[in-house]
Structure formats: structure tokens, C-alpha cells
Ligand binder design. Structure first.
Ligand code: ATP
Ligand code: MG
Length: 239
């Protein structure tokens, strides 16, 4: 479903992502992990079209989408959440989700029904009529997910959507993701909570200082000495 080839992003004087290639199979969950500043979000931004790569290309469902706008990529079925949440603050929660749904229908009533269904699936029915600006952090995270789901993505990209959530709230998202995978949606997620990564992902990609240092099955990646040294060891020490 997704293949990135030699993606590189240089910001003046800093190589944030350096020659990174990986793929995500249709209907699978792939996790992108690594220390703060490793280049994970920059990678997402290049895949979603928010940042133009300095080099490399992005293949989506075998098409080269590297030059397409984010809107066109979304239209093709690629949707992402933002690490720094971006609700349409002046609008209600329901209207925020409807904006996503209106990508696939011109009917307000169809979009409203779909938005209500999606809010129910993430446990946010009671917040539907509240202003998006008034939401607490966990609900903002849920809204971010709901907005992305409303566009009916084939590839859903989640940037730390479970960070800062309590275990019970994170479990709700895990359940939503498992249902999506079962229906054939491909998921790429950036996540620091290893328990969640290990329980969800078929494949883990590890970035460190812009470089890919591991790519494989969860058991193989967590045994990889470079991964332990650069990421897991440090997390273990901090825990
Ligand atoms: N627009 C930008 N201009 C300059 N430098 C940037 C820009 N965006 C990111 N960077 C730098 O690129 C590097 C990678 O950042 P990025 O946000 O991709 O990391 P990350 O792996 O998502 O980290 P975190 O886990 O903290 O979210 C960092 O050193 C960051 O400061
Ligand atoms: Mg990030």
C-alpha cells in the first residue's frame, strides 16, 4: 500500500531524515519508533505531502504521489493525524468530523450520519455538540482520529495519537485500530508506548537521528542491539 524510497529531508544544516526506505503492506499495522527528534514526524509530513522531500519518492498503491498536494493524497485515501492537534476550533466536534466526511459525499445529512457513527466508534457521542476548542487532551486526540477516519482512508497515519492518554483511553483506540485493520485499512503509527506497539504492529521501523537503524518483526527489532542501545535501553532506564 505504501512504499517510500530513499526519502531525505534537509533543513538548513540539519538532515532530519536521511535516505529512509520502507514499505507497509495492505491491511497491516506498521509502527515507526525512535527517540525524540529522530525524524518520525518529518517522515510523516513527507508521506502526507505537508513537507516536500529533498530527495526520494513516495509510492502509494503503486502510484508515485511525491508531487501531489496533501488534499489530492487525502482524496486518494491517505489520511493522517497531527502530533500537535489541529481541530477547527471555532466549530463543534460533530462539524469537525463532518468536514472529513464531506470529502466523500456532498450530502450534509449523509456526512452528519457518518460523523455521528464515527464519534460513537471512538466513544465521543456525548461530546458531539461541544466546541472543539473546549475539549480536554484525550478528547482532542480522539477527535483527531475521528476527523481522519471520516475521510475513509485506505492508509491511516497516526502521529502519537495515544500519547498522554490513560490506559483505558488508549485501549479504546487500540480496539478501533484492530477493527480497522480487520476491515483492510493499512495503518502506520508513530508511538512511544512499546506495550501498544508490540501488541498492534506486524512490523516496526526504527529511526535514529534521521537514519533507519532497524526494520522487521517486533520480536526481532526489540532484540536488535542498536535499537536497545539507542532507544529501548534509554526508555528502560527512564522507566
Ligand atoms: N520545519 C523544521 N525546520 C527545521 N528543523 C526541523 C523542522 N521540523 C523538524 N525539524 C528538526 O528535524 C528533526 C526531526 O524532527 P521530527 O519532528 O521529525 O522528530 P520526531 O522523531 O517526530 O520527534 P518527537 O518524538 O519529539 O516527536 C529535529 O531535530 C527537529 O528539530
Ligand atoms: Mg514527532
Amino acid at each position: 500500500m505504501l512504499q517510500i524510497e530513499s526519502l531525505t529531508k534537509r533543513f538548513s544544516g540539519l538532515v532530519a531524515v536521511n535516505d529512509v526506505s520502507f514499505s507497509a503492506a495492505k491491511g497491516s499495522i506498521t509502527a515507526l519508533i525512535g527517540p525524540n527528534g529522530a525524524g518520525k514526524t518529518t517522515c510523516f509530513n513527507m508521506i502526507a505531502g505537508a513537507t516536500a522531500p529533498s530527495n526520494g519518492r513516495v509510492m502509494f498503491d503503486r502510484h508515485d504521489i511525491t508531487q501531489l498536494t496533501p488534499e489530492k493524497r487525502c482524496d486518494l485515501g491517505l489520511s493522517r493525524t497531527f502530533q500537535i492537534m489541529r481541530p477547527l476550533a471555532g466549530m463543534s466536534v460533530l462539524d469537525n468530523v463532518m468536514v472529513g466526511a464531506l470529502l466523500r459525499t456532498t450530502s450534509l445529512s449523509v456526512a452528519r450520519d457518518e460523523a455521528r457513527e464515527i464519534l460513537a466508534s471512538v466513544g465521543m457521542t456525548s461530546a458531539a455538540d461541544r466546541s472543539a476548542a473546549s475539549l480536554t487532551l484525550p478528547d482532542r486526540k480522539m477527535l483527531e482520529l475521528a476527523k481522519a477516519l471520516a475521510t475513509k482512508p485506505q492508509l491511516l497515519m497516526l502521529d502519537e495519537v495515544m500519547a498522554g492518554l490513560r490506559a483505558q483511553e488508549a485501549e479504546r483506540i487500540v480496539a478501533v485500530l484492530q477493527t480497522l485493520r480487520a476491515s483492510g485499512t493499512t495503518i502506520l503509527l508513530i508511538e512511544h508506548v512499546m506495550r501498544i506497539v508490540m501488541s498492534l504492529a506486524e512490523k516496526i521501523i526504527v529511526l535514529q537521528q534521521g537514519e533507519k537503524i532497524a526494520d522487521g518483526s517486533p520480536p526481532d527489532v526489540v532484540r536488535n542491539p542498536r535499537v536497545i542501545e539507542s532507544y529501548l535501553g534509554r526508555k528502560g532506564a527512564a522507566a
